[in-house]
Design a protein around this ligand. Structure first.
Ligand code: G3I
Length: 363
């Protein structure tokens, strides 16, 4: 069997844990505090990144937020502060200060940083949407933008998501609702990678995309795009996968394994960079839903740990208090720590997989 599941162990573990604990995720008690192991202590020895995205407001306002990140993670990604709208409020003003603050925190705490997304159809400042740039002007801006950003963070960011979410949600090829596509045509992708590579030849460059875990048509379009880039000699080191899972739809770990393996076969690195698991559409008690969520997180991490080219497992946020999910889909509890920063079954599931990988020395 491709996917090693020690599910019975986690179920047993949870029965023991939950027999003495509340499952109320809004509880302010700290039922698990004595057994919490910093995840990075399990990731470092197997040369693996366990990461989270970082939001700026809680980063500044909530000491517990930064304390938890420093304790558990050896990788972070600014959630929004390296996007074009955050870095270029107008065409001539580069504002990296908030991203710089996050990077300084990472350096103080020996945490690696992924940067980006550099080129995305979303998170654009108004001025670029209003400007109606022609092809030449857009190329000039793109070169200045990529050079400035990549050189500014050079040596502090080990990997960039250079192009993000270029495939249409339906999976029918490249999305057309992108200012980059509309102005430059499909070659914008190769141009962006080339510019990023010239700006920092040492940085790892990733194509970043969602949907590989369940949307078959989209997964195929993504693969065809990426394989084409590799065949064309575009400087691409890997693919970063967004696993925004709705547990109600189930989770096909074997499909994910096969998808990852075919990117590994292209000689690419693979990083899971945006995982969260919605549970609000599941039926059952909260305890049951949290256990299903834990199983999905564990399956995804186990797949990654089984593929040597998969170096990173990162969630999109870590606490239910600060997730993009609520604003987009309604109230949910998608992350491994609850709104009070207490570990959930998902956290224990991730720890268990990391412990198993340490015991097996399989990395
Ligand atoms: O900080 C302001 C706040 O002051 C204001 O009151 C509030 C009102 O709308 O907006 C807040 O900013 C929002 C920010 O998230 C922080 O919550 C922005 O409007 C909102 O556009 C922004 O959304 C982000 C989105 O990307 C667009 O940049 C999400 O946080 C972020 O999680 C999401 O991340 C993307 C990845 O980059 C790519 N993959 C998909 C993923 C989810 O959409």
């Amino acid at each position: 069997m491709l996917i090693h599941r020690s599910r019975w162990l986690i179920v047993l573990f949870m029965i023991i844990v939950f027999s003495g604990c509340s499952t109320d995720v809004t509880s302010t008690s700290t039922p698990f505090s004595e057994t919490v192991i910093p995840m990075r202590e399990l990731a470092d020895p197997i040369n693996f990144y366990v990461g989270t995205s970082v939001r700026y407001r809680p980063f500044v306002d909530e000491p517990m937020y930064t304390q938890m990140i420093a304790e558990h993670y050896n990788l972070i990604m600014p959630e929004n502060m390296m996007k074009l709208d955050a870095l270029y409020p107008d065409p001539d003003t580069f504002t990296p200060e908030r991203a710089d603050a996050i990077l300084a925190f990472a350096e103080e705490n020996d945490i690696a940083v992924r940067g980006g997304p550099i080129i995305w159809h979303n998170a654009l400042p108004e001025w670029i949407l209003d400007n109606n740039m022609d092809r030449d002007s857009m190329l000039i801006f793109m070169e200045t933008y990529i050079n400035t950003v990549v050189e500014h963070f050079q040596g502090r960011v080990y990997a960039w998501d250079v192009v993000n979410e270029a495939i249409s949600p339906s999976g029918s090829g490249l999305r057309t609702d992108s200012i980059w596509m509309q102005t430059l045509g499909e070659e914008y992708i190769a141009i962006a990678f080339q510019l990023a590579h010239e700006a920092d030849p040492d940085a790892l460059l990733f194509y970043s995309e969602g949907g590989t875990h369940f949307e078959r048509a989209k997964a195929e379009s993504i693969y065809q795009l990426v394989r084409g880039l590799v065949e064309d000699g575009v400087p691409l080191d890997g693919i970063s996968l967004h696993l925004h899972v709705d547990a109600h739809n189930g989770f096909d770990a074997e499909f994910l394994y096969d998808e990852m393996q075919r990117y590994a076969d292209l000689g690419l690195l693979i990083e899971i960079t945006e995982m969260d698991v919605r549970i609000s559409r599941l039926s059952g008690s909260m305890e049951e839903r949290l256990n299903i969520q834990a199983g999905i997180y564990q399956d995804a991490l186990d797949v990654c740990l089984q593929i040597t080219a998969c170096t990173t497992f990162a969630t999109w946020g870590f606490t239910d208090q600060h997730s993009w999910i609520d604003a987009r889909f309604g109230e949910d509890d998608p992350l491994p720590f609850d709104s009070n920063y207490q570990p959930k079954p998902a956290y224990y599931a991730l720890v268990q997989s990391l412990q198993t990988a340490n015991q097996n020395q399989n990395r």
